[in-house]
Design a protein around this ligand. Structure first.
Ligand code: PGA
Length: 249
């Protein structure tokens, strides 16, 4: 039985004042029975987040990372730097990075490897656009995105991944995949993992992301292959994020 994981993705939102309020309200609402959880914040807020979450079950994460170790890569942040702020999770291959920063599946795989080498957990995002779904290409698209990562990593590293299925058309739009639609893709991803390694297929958490909210979280996470959520908008409101974490219990 896989335990549930709920991860907030703040994207490019926050301010020192707003973060302090949000994080203290979240910490106050967690209890011993809460599902595993984390917040992926903009890099400049990692230090503040690390301090405010010290001693709490809520873990710290980042939203992207360089695939390079160090050197002349202006503007980039290395995995070893994230570790210094107690980061445990790093999102790689979010659809916004793929779309606006031209990240390829091969680059995303190298980023996942850099995260693993630094001892953190990559959350590898996959997902199709509406055009791709309408053209019946959903499984082909997500399987190509996952395959690039599976090809680069050995079995021991694949066992340490988290995969997030985020249909692009559901992100920030208020349109959620129905639990059945999401489960169908999750089952296909699980089968792909199984074809790669029967050992790890049942342990890799598969998160759903895309307009997950308190009112749909429970039903989505009740699906057999949905092991939690990657939450954007609703992670910016303490009450909503906590309600999703509690729904995952
Ligand atoms: P959303 O974003 O919950 O606002 O749809 C999810 C994500 O992009 O990770």
């Amino acid at each position: 039985m896989r335990s549930k994981l709920v991860v907030g993705n703040w994207k490019m939102n926050g301010s020192r004042a707003a973060n302090a309020e949000l994080l203290s309200n979240i910490v106050a609402g967690l209890d011993g029975a809460s599902a595993a959880c984390a917040v992926c914040v903009p890099c400049v807020y990692l230090h503040q987040t690390q301090e405010l979450l010290a001693g709490s079950p809520m873990k710290v994460g980042a939203q992207d990372v360089s695939d390079k170790a160090c050197g002349a890569f202006t503007g980039e942040v290395a995995a070893s730097m994230l570790v210094e702020y107690d980061c445990q999770y790093v999102i790689v291959g979010h659809s916004e990075r793929r779309a606006y920063h031209m990240e390829t599946s091969e680059l995303v795989a190298c980023k996942a490897e850099a995260v693993l080498r630094a001892g953190m957990t990559p959350i590898v995002c996959v997902g199709e656009t509406l055009e791709e779904r309408d053209a019946g290409q959903t499984n082909a698209v997500v399987s190509e995105q996952l395959e690039a990562v599976l090809k680069l990593l050995d079995e021991a590293d694949v066992a340490k991944l988290v995969v997030a299925y985020e249909p692009v058309w559901a992100i920030g739009t208020g349109k959620t995949a129905t639990p059945a639609m999401a489960q169908e893709v999750h089952a296909a991803l699980r089968a792909q993992l199984r074809a790669h390694s029967a050992e790890v297929a049942d342990t890799v958490p598969l998160l759903y992301g895309g307009s997950m909210k308190p009112d749909n979280a429970k039903e989505l996470m009740a699906q057999p292959d949905i092991d939690g959520g990657l939450i954007g908008g609703a992670a910016l409101k303490a009450a909503d994020f906590l309600a999703i974490i509690h729904a995952a219990r």
